[in-house]
Design a protein around this ligand. Structure first.
Ligand code: ASP
Length: 317
């Protein structure tokens, strides 16, 4: 029973914003993932490929088109996890590794470690023969403009809204990103063998302090997979997802409290809200149920459920 879901970030969105390009990209990438899975690919290969495609798409906050830090540079985070044995790999703050998620997979499979950061991660990328690029490869004019705007307003901005004010402790008063580019990306899948996998990739927050790391590469927070419970990829205010231990929280609710995936996801999102965060996740459990909860006005997403058809939605629809 093949299932998949992908996301392109969550946030606050005005009803009038044109999302056709993002929807088309999500549809195309979900189609590619579905075809792979139908041809017998593992869930791990499918989530990696779909996230690479999302990294290559400048419409989303990962890889090319990732948001810029305070110094005007990309610092990209990614993680991948195999539900069969909880094998996982993560990288944080990379600037020269063409595909952060591919590097995360190499960390998982070709190093004895789980997590690398910064220059060491980029050095590993080169040592393993993966493609090396200059930081400029990731930078788009839109992201430069967004950084200038954030710096004029002195805020650190979650890509698709402005839940983070640098000086304020509150996490409300979201502002719509009128420039039309949205969010972190992720993928979860269940392959024909019943194996689960998850992957997530992000540029983090616009105007973030150099060195800041969000939930995306934190295993058990923004990225998680275990065949006994679920595969999960998150998007939103990373600090709150880390505090909620989002992935582990869903896993615990499923395995110990025997909650449904929908209940477990809603509960974990409640914890995120409790810690002042917003966003959402895509999740698939061992039985193939899909949950796509979010507490922001929108979460860019596509999925394949029981009917085998691809669904794409941004807000309620
Ligand atoms: N969760 C990401 C982070 O905090 C941001 C996002 O989802 O857009 O780095």
């Amino acid at each position: 029973m093949i299932r998949l879901a992908i996301h392109g970030g969550a946030g606050e969105l005005d009803a009038g914003v044109d999302t056709r390009e993002q929807r088309a990209a999500l549809q195309r990438i979900a189609e590619e993932g579905l075809q792979m899975l139908r041809q017998g690919a593992t869930s791990l290969d499918a989530v990696e490929r779909m996230v690479i495609r999302l990294e290559e798409c400048p419409l989303f906050n990962a890889g090319i088109g990732g948001v810029l830090n305070r110094d005007g540079l990309p610092e990209l985070d990614a993680a991948i996890m195999d539900g069969r044995d909880r094998a996982c790999g993560a990288v944080a703050g990379v600037q020269r590794s063409k595909s952060p998620v591919r590097l995360a997979r190499a960390v998982m499979e070709r190093s004895p470690h789980v997590m690398f950061m910064g220059a060491g991660a980029d050095a590993l990328n080169a040592e393993l023969g993966l493609e090396v690029v200059e930081p400029a490869y990731f930078i788009t004019e839109l992201r430069r403009r967004q950084l200038r705007k954030a710096q004029t307003q002195n805020v650190i901005v979650l890509d698709h809204d402005s839940a983070y004010a640098e000086s304020a402790a509150t996490h409300d008063s979201p502002r719509t990103d009128a420039d039309g580019a949205f969010g972190t990306v992720g993928a979860v899948a269940r392959d024909a063998r019943g194996d689960l996998a998850a992957a997530t990739s992000t540029g983090g927050l616009t105007n973030k302090h150099p060195g800041r790391i969000g939930d995306t590469p934190v295993i058990g927070a923004g990225t998680f997979a275990d065949n006994r419970s679920a595969a999960i990829s998150c998007t939103g205010t990373g600090e709150a997802f880390i505090r909620a231990g989002f992935g582990f929280e869903v896993d615990a609710r499923l395995r110990y409290a025997h909650a449904s995936l929908a209940e477990a996801g809603a509960h974990a999102l409640g914890r995120v809200a409790h810690y002042g965060g917003r966003g959402g996740c895509i999740a698939i459990d061992h039985a193939g149920h899909i949950a796509l909860p979010f507490n922001s006005s929108a979460m860019f997403r596509a999925w394949v459920a029981e009917d085998g058809r691809i669904g794409v939605a941004v807000g309620e629809t």
